[in-house]
Design a protein around this ligand. Structure first.
Ligand code: HAM
Length: 427
C-alpha cells in the first residue's frame, strides 16, 4: 500500500467542514476590509526566498523543498506567501492600478520541519498583505481585523504580542551591539548560532536551543535602540490598538524567523496549542518590494496557520448535515422517478441525495439517520400508482403522504419557512 509522504496530510471530510468554516469567515472579513484575493503558484524560483526571507534563516537554510528543474533552474515549493505576493505585485505592475493594494491568499506552504501536533510539512496559510501604506494606524487596523477573525470563529484565549524591529537606520547599530554581547557568551552558543553570529545576529535571539536562550537572557533589546521615526511608529501602533480595544503585550525578544521585517512584528499565540503555539504572525516589511526590484513601497501583513486554527475551533460540526432531502426509491421504476426528483429538488436550491442500491427500507433509513438528513422521501410501487410519495420529517419522526407531482415545491416552501412539515399544507 502506498502511503502519503511524511508531514503531508489528507484533510478528510470529517475535518474539511471546519476548514471551510475558517476560510469562509476569513473571506467574509477580508471583503469587509476591502481585500481582494490573489492566487500565486506553489512553485517559485529559489532566489525569491533567499532574497526575501533571508539566506541565513532556518527556513532557507534547512527547510526548503528545493530542486532543479529539467534545465537546471533552481526552484522550490514556496515556504510562505508574502514573497510570492510581492513578486506578483511587482511583476504585474499592480502599483499602477492603485497606490494601495490589499491582497489576501489561502493555500499550501511547504517547510521541511519535524512533524508534530500543529506542525506539518505541507501546511495551509490564510494571509493578507497591504502594500502602499506606511501609516502605523494601518498596522493597528489589520491587527484589529485579525482579532475580529478569531472572535468570529469563537476562538478565545489567544494572545497578541508585538515588538518593533527597527529600520535600516537604527538596526545596524543594534546589530553591532548584539554581536559584541554574544561574543562575550560565544562558548554557550550552538554551532548554528556561532556560524550565524556575524551574518545575522538577530537569529540568535530566535534560536530554540536551551543554551542559546540562556545566553540571550540579558541581550540588548531592539525596542530600546529604535530611531525617532521607528519609536514614534511603535507608539502610534500601540495607541491605535488601544483605540480599537485590542489587547496586546510587548515581547521585546521577538524577532521572527524571517528577515524582511522592519518596525512592527507580531505573533498571536494560544497556550491550548502546546509547543507549536503560534496561530498567526506577521508584521511590517517596508523594504521588501524595493529589494525585490519594485518601487519603494511599504508593506504590512500576516499569515494565519490553518491547521492550528482548526485545532482551536470548539464547535463540533461533524454532526451537522449538508443534506436537506434524502430520496429512497423502492423498485426500479421508483428509482427513475427519484432521479428526476433529486434533480428538481436541487433546481430549487435544496441539497438532495438519492439512496442507491437495492436494499431494505430499514437499511436505506439507517443511512438517512447517519447522514442526519432533515427530510426523507420514500416512494414504492404503491405510491407510484397513486401519484403520491411519503414525506418524513426526521426531526419529529412525523410522516405523511403527499402528491408526488408537487413534492419538490412543497418541501422547498416548507424549508424556506423553516417549518416542520406538519405545519405546511399538503397540496
Ligand atoms: P510564519 O510565522 O513563518 O510567517 O508563519 C505564519 C503562521 O503559519 C505561523 O504562525 C503558524 O501558525 C503557521 N505555520 C508556520 N509553519 C507551520 C508548519 N510547519 N505547520 C503548521 N503551521 C505552520 C509567515 O509565513 C509570514 N509570511 C507571515 C507574514 C505575512 N508576514 C507578513 N505578511
Amino acid at each position: 500500500m502506498i502511503r502519503s509522504v511524511k508531514g503531508f496530510n489528507d484533510i478528510l471530510p470529517c475535518e474539511s467542514r471546519r476548514w471551510r468554516r475558517v476560510e469562509d469567515a476569513a473571506r467574509d472579513i477580508f471583503d469587509r476590509f476591502g481585500f481582494s484575493e490573489i492566487r500565486t503558484p506553489v512553485v517559485e524560483k529559489m532566489e525569491l526566498f533567499k532574497r526575501s526571507v533571508g539566506a541565513v534563516t532556518d527556513i532557507v537554510e534547512k527547510e526548503m523543498y528545493a530542486f532543479p528543474d529539467r534545465k537546471g533552474e533552481s526552484l522550490c515549493l514556496r515556504p510562505e506567501g508574502t514573497a510570492s505576493v510581492v513578486r506578483a505585485y511587482i511583476q504585474n505592475n499592480l502599483y499602477h492600478e492603485d497606490p494601495v493594494a490589499k491582497l489576501y491568499y489561502m493555500g499550501p506552504m511547504f517547510r521541511y520541519e519535524r512533524p508534530q501536533k500543529g506542525r506539518t510539512r505541507q501546511f495551509y496559510q490564510i494571509g493578507a498583505e497591504v502594500l502602499g501604506v506606511d501609516d502605523p494606524l494601518l498596522d493597528a487596523e489589520i491587527l484589529y481585523m485579525l482579532s475580529l477573525l478569531f472572535g468570529r470563529m469563537g476562538i478565545g484565549g489567544i494572545e497578541l504580542s508585538i515588538n518593533s524591529l527597527g529600520c535600516v537606520l537604527c538596526r545596524p547599530s543594534y546589530r553591532e551591539s548584539l554581536i559584541s554581547y554574544f561574543k562575550k557568551h560565544h562558548s554557550r552558543l550552538c554551532v548554528d548560532c556561532k556560524r550565524r553570529l556575524e551574518l545575522n545576529p538577530l537569529r540568535v535571539l530566535d534560536c530554540k536551543n536551551k543554551d542559546c536562550i540562556e545566553a540571550s537572557a540579558c541581550a540588548p533589546y531592539m525596542k530600546n535602540n529604535l530611531c525617532e521615526n521607528c519609536s514614534e511608529h511603535f507608539s502610534e501602533v500601540k495607541a491605535g490598538l488601544e483605540l480599537l480595544n485590542v489587547s496586546y503585550t510587548i515581547n521585546p525578544k521577538m524577532v521572527r524567523g524571517l528577515d524582511y521585517y522592519t518596525k512592527t512584528a507580531f505573533e498571536i499565540t494560544c497556550s491550548r496549542l502546546g509547543s507549536q503555539n503560534a496561530v498567526a504572525a506577521g508584521g511590517r516589511y517596508d523594504r521588501l518590494v524595493k529589494e525585490l526590484g519594485g518601487p519603494d513601497t511599504p508593506g504590512f501583513g500576516f499569515a494565519v496557520g490553518l491547521e492550528r486554527t482548526v485545532l482551536l475551533l470548539e464547535e463540533d460540526l461533524s454532526a451537522a448535515s449538508k443534506i436537506d432531502v434524502y430520496v429512497i426509491p423502492l423498485g426500479s421504476e421508483a428509482s427513475r422517478w427519484s432521479l428526476k426528483m433529486v434533480k428538481e429538488l436541487r433546481e430549487k436550491n435544496l441539497s438532495a441525495e438519492l439512496s442507491y442500491g437495492r436494499r431494505s427500507l430499514k437499511s436505506h433509513m439507517r443511512r438517512a439517520d447517519k447522514l442526519n438528513v432533515r427530510y426523507v422521501i420514500i416512494i414504492g410501487e404503491d405510491e407510484l400508482r397513486k401519484g403520491t410519495c411519503v414525506l418524513k420529517d426526521m426531526k419529529n419522526s412525523v410522516q405523511q403522504e403527499i402528491n408526488s407531482g408537487s413534492a419538490a415545491s412543497f418541501i422547498s416552501e416548507t424549508v424556506d419557512k423553516g417549518n416542520g412539515i406538519l405545519k405546511g399544507e399538503v397540496s
